[in-house]
Design a protein around this ligand. Structure first.
Ligand code: NAP
Length: 308
């Protein structure tokens, strides 16, 4: 156990990411106490029952009272309204961070509400699963994953280092990045792939000549991995595409061009093109495994608590 890095930490939203943060903070003794807010009484009761938080509150403003660190862990589209609600209740000198999957839109929605003297350090842990809610969290979610922080030029260096230490204490490595660069990188690595998975599962659903039972029975042929991604939370992903519009459209435009080129290679029987392309992509997969960001186990290492 280390000395707590923060006194009170307030978790605004008590879903997968916030519950994993609570468990990871408890694991390493990083906070003196944890308060929480969630929209529904059911989520609040569950968070208390699981011991994720020391107290729960029916409003976000009550939850942030006296907090050193406030974490916005709700869907991206909900962050602006919550920032406006908590602003008058924030303690002077507090740090506000978030875990949203998009950065520029969150900064535009949240920053204008925050009073002077409060440090706003946007963040995004690159770790997750297709599960939602307070029961989905686990302490190891961030172990050996990356967390990207996108501070502004005005961010206090000591506040940034403290938040970096918190993420390190929860098991993650930290990178600092410009918000627009974050949004482009994530459009490539996360947002566009999710849209493609949603589309592929939608296409299979539309193909009436292949029965539902055949789709399920033979899913291990590749489709299964798309279905895992396409089972992700609809609200979270709706908000990601509404708020990272420019970068995802840019990547999807490139994707469409590549898809047409592969389509042409198939039509022309251009095996060299297909082979070279697949050899290049296989090397990328190897690089991900070598970097420790996935395993080459047959089930991708995704046992009950390893899903990502
Ligand atoms: P989650 O499990 O679905 O939990 C969302 C939480 O936000 C719940 O406590 C929910 O309250 C609350 N909430 C939802 N809409 C709200 C609203 N309009 N006003 C107030 N509270 C609201 O979500 P999550 O997966 O933890 O995601 C939280 C954030 O982390 C999102 O911004 C997401 O982009 C980001 N993120 C997610 C992943 C991932 O893989 N899931 C990875 C990295 C970052 P109730 O339970 O009471 O409805």
């Amino acid at each position: 156990m280390s000395t707590p890095l923060y006194g009170r930490v307030a978790l605004i939203g008590l879903g997968l990411i916030a519950s994993s943060m609570a468990l990871a903070m408890r694991r390493a003794g990083l906070a003196t106490d944890i308060t929480g807010y969630a929209r529904s009484a059911e989520t609040r009761a569950t968070a208390l029952e699981l011991g994720l938080v020391d107290s729960v509150h029916a409003t976000a403003a009550e939850a942030v009272a006296g907090a050193d660190l406030v974490v916005l862990a709700v869907p991206v589209g909900a962050m602006g309204a919550l920032a406006s609600e908590i602003a008058p209740a924030l303690a002077p000198g507090a740090t506000v961070t978030d875990v949203g999957s998009v950065k520029q839109a969150v900064i535009a929605a949240v920053a204008p509400h925050l009073p002077a003297g409060v440090q706003f350090i946007p963040g995004h842990p690159i770790a997750g699963t297709e599960q939602s809610g307070p029961r989905a969290g686990f302490a190891e979610l961030f172990d050996n994953r990356w967390c990207i922080l996108t501070p502004t030029p005005d961010t206090d260096a000591a506040a940034l280092e403290r938040l970096r230490a918190l993420w390190n204490g929860m098991g993650a490595n930290v990178d600092v990045m410009e918000p627009d660069h974050h949004d482009l990188v994530l459009a490539v690595t996360s947002h566009a792939p999710h849209l493609i998975a949603y589309t592929m599962v939608g296409v299979a659903d539309d193909l009436r000549r292949v029965t539902d039972s055949e789709v399920i029975k033979y899913s291990a042929a590749g489709f299964r991995d798309f279905t895992r991604i396409a089972a992700s939370d609809p609200v979270m992903w709706r908000d990601v595409f509404l708020t990272n519009k420019a970068a995802t459209l840019e990547i999807l435009g490139r994707f469409t061009e590549e898809l047409f080129a592969l389509q042409r290679a198939i039509r022309r029987g251009d095996g060299d093109h297909l082979h070279d392309y697949f050899a290049r992509t296989r090397a990328i997969r190897r690089g991900i495994i070598d970097a420790g960001q996935d395993t080459d186990a047959p089930d991708f290492g995704r046992g009950p608590h390893r899903g990502r």
